[in-house]
Design a protein around this ligand. Structure first.
Ligand code: SF4
Length: 134
């Protein structure tokens, strides 16, 4: 059965946070601004530039796991309410090669998520904000 992505229901159902391990999640300026404002954590603590010079979430090592700066020891997102936009859309991502939205097969439950027209539209707008074009 497929479900629309709504507040991590499927992730909670399977107690899964694989996407937060060795994350490569890109960040918008708005994401960074919101997180700094709400947490008072300086951007340099949780932002790193990827090889294209785009800001993404920083990982750190905890008990042999390289994981998102914001993943807590219970496997939960410590900034869930204000998490980056890209995290909300995951497992849907932008396929940079073929220029369309795909469900990332790195997510073991990606087949269970349904991409509604409204999610597609919001995700396209998000991608536009990230890359400036589609
Ligand atoms: S910000 Fe939260 S949801 Fe996003 S990768 Fe980090 S721990 Fe996971």
């Amino acid at each position: 059965m497929q479900r629309e992505i709504v507040d991590g229901q499927i992730c909670q159902l399977y107690n899964c946070h694989l996407c937060c391990i060795e994350t490569e999640m890109l960040l918008t300026k708005l994401d960074i601004h919101r997180i700094v404002k709400k947490t008072s954590i300086p951007a340099k603590e949780f932002v790193i530039l990827n090889e294209d010079g785009r800001p993404m979430l920083k990982n750190h090592q905890i008990d042999n796991k390289v994981q998102c700066y914001f993943l807590d020891s219970e496997g939960l997102c410590s900034i869930y309410e204000i998490r980056p936009e890209g995290c909300k859309f995951y497992p849907f991502i932008w396929d940079l090669t073929n220029h369309h939205i795909i469900a990332d097969d790195y997510c073991p439950h990606h087949c269970k998520f349904r991409k509604s027209p409204s999610i597609t539209k919001s995700l396209e707008e998000f991608i536009f904000r990230l890359f400036g074009k589609l």
